[in-house]
Every structure is written in structure tokens, then in C-alpha cells.
Ligand binder design. Structure first.
Ligand SMILES: [Zn+2]
Length: 223
């Protein structure tokens, strides 16, 4: 185990052993306090979201993660503190997304996300993996959703304009049945800005992986 706290969790909760081990492995690569969503995380490691949430809760008790209630913008997925949201609802004020300005519905339900605590995020970074994986050095890190999208596009065989896929198809492949394509808009546009994917607008439009996007997706799929 990477985090000593994970060893303790596994000893105390043997039913969570497998998930805790996978979570530990994945968290060992996280060095930021960016929000972690149990459902996305579960998909990445191929585990049950409730079990991931249980492990996250245990890690939160041990000071590796912290729990926060947030409300999520339906348009761009920006997370905003739910305390500020509730205050605005109470004051009968509009509560706007800090990123895209969309007004939140008063009925928005807060979601629980986790962040690495400042202490855990500022732990010393291991140097060794850089040497082991020279091909990935110099690449900008990708968020969980961006990784899922790239892998999904590779799985769907979207590798050129002729094999392009709609964002709806990609969303379902990346996030599971019922996934909302709009929720990936920000991710798609970010991947496009980074030239990892190409997009064609319009009714028959779609996305496909660029050459770099393709090799990046293959590397992600290997892990
Ligand atoms: Zn927004």
C-alpha cells in the first residue's frame, strides 16, 4: 500500500480490501486538492461507486481526504460550495456558476465530493516513475473525465473524420448508460484545445482522436 492509512483500513474492513487497494494505487498519483467524485473514480478502477465512497469516507476520517458538499453546474460541471448555495436560496438570491454564469436551480441537490487534504497533497513526489516512463514525461496531466473520454473514443474506434462519434455516444461509453452529453462539453472543448481530439460541428458532427490523442489513449488504456 502507498498510504499507511490504507493498510489500517484494509485490516479493519476486510470486505473493502480490493477496492481500498485499487483506490490507494490510484490516489498515489494524485498530488492536487482537485475534487474527486466517487462515481468517476469507481468507473476508472472498475469498482462499485458505493464501495469507493466507503473507502473515501474512511480515508477522510484518517486525514488523507476531506469530504465536501458541493453543487454542480448542469452546464459546465463546475463545483460550487453548497453552503454558499444554501445561503443564496435562503436569501432568495440567484446563485450563479462562477465559470459560465448559469443560474442554479433552487432545487439543485448537493453532491458529496472528496479532495485530498493539503497535507496529503503536499507529500513528496516520487522521482522514480518519471524514469520508468520517459514517454509520458512532459505531458500535461489529464483529469479523470478527460481520461475516460479518450479511452472511450479509442474503444469506439473514433480515430478519423470518417469514424467520428457523436458526443452522446462518447458520453455513454465513457460514463455509462444515461450519461448526459452536455456534461462533457467542457471536457471535450478542453481536449480539443489541447489537440488531443478533433471535432466537426453541426448535426452530423462528432469527435475523433488526433494522432497524439490516440497514442495518449492507448497509454491510458494500458494502465
Ligand atoms: Zn457553469
Amino acid at each position: 500500500m502507498y498510504f499507511p492509512e490504507s493498510d489500517i483500513i484494509v485490516r479493519e474492513h476486510q470486505d473493502l480490501q480490493r477496492v481500498a487497494t485499487l483506490v490507494d494505487e490510484r490516489l498515489s498519483e494524485v498530488f492536487s486538492t482537485a475534487p474527486l467524485r466517487p462515481s468517476d473514480f469507481a468507473y476508472l478502477i472498475g469498482s462499485d461507486a458505493n464501495q469507493v465512497a466507503s473507502v473515501f469516507d474512511l480515508l477522510a476520517k484518517k486525514g488523507v481526504l476531506q469530504r465536501t458538499e458541493m453543487v454542480e453546474c448542469v452546464r459546465c460541471e463546475t463545483l460550487m460550495p453548497s453552503t454558499a448555495f444554501h445561503q443564496a436560496v435562503e436569501d432568495e438570491d440567484d446563485f450563479e456558476c462562477s465559470h459560465c454564469g448559469r443560474v442554479f436551480s433552487k432545487l439543485s441537490t448537493p453532491i458529496t465530493v472528496y479532495r485530498m487534504t493539503a497535507r496529503a497533497a503536499s507529500r513528496p513526489k516520487p522521482k522514480a516513475p518519471e524514469v520508468d516512463r520517459p514517454a509520458t514525461s512532459g505531458e500535461e496531466p489529464l483529469g479523470d473525465r478527460a481520461q475516460l473520454v479518450l479511452i472511450a473514443m479509442l474503444d469506439l474506434g473514433a480515430i478519423d473524420s470518417d469514424t467520428r462519434r457523436s458526443t452522446e455516444e462518447i458520453a455513454v461509453k465513457a460514463l455509462g448508460p444515461g450519461a448526459d452529453a452536455n456534461s462533457l462539453k467542457a471536457v471535450i472543448s478542453d481536449l480539443s484545445t489541447r489537440h488531443l481530439i478533433e471535432t466537426k460541428q453541426g448535426r452530423t458532427g462528432g469527435c475523433w482522436l488526433s494522432k497524439i490523442g490516440q497514442s495518449r489513449a492507448m497509454k491510458l488504456g494500458d494502465r
